[in-house]
Design a protein around this ligand. Structure first.
Ligand SMILES: [Zn+2]
Length: 65
């Protein structure tokens, strides 16, 4: 293996974790059936953001790659 690749495998694993733990909005308690986290990679970190479908609150998670 060579080259610099932020594997989709790693990202998928993180999103998998998010999907399981973050269905519920911490602001209004709305339960998302399919939370759509958006990933933003910033060098060695990956940030996930999700906007609540009900109240519009933005949830954010940051992980080290
Ligand atoms: Zn909400």
């Amino acid at each position: 293996m060579s080259g610099k690749a932020i594997g989709t495998t790693a990202l998928d694993r993180l999103r998998d974790r998010l999907d399981r733990t973050s269905h519920v909005c911490s602001s209004c308690g709305y339960v998302h059936s399919d939370p759509s986290w958006k990933a933003v990679t910033t060098g060695s970190q990956v940030q996930y953001r999700r906007t609540c479908d009900s109240c519009g609150a933005v949830a954010q998670r940051t992980y080290q790659l």
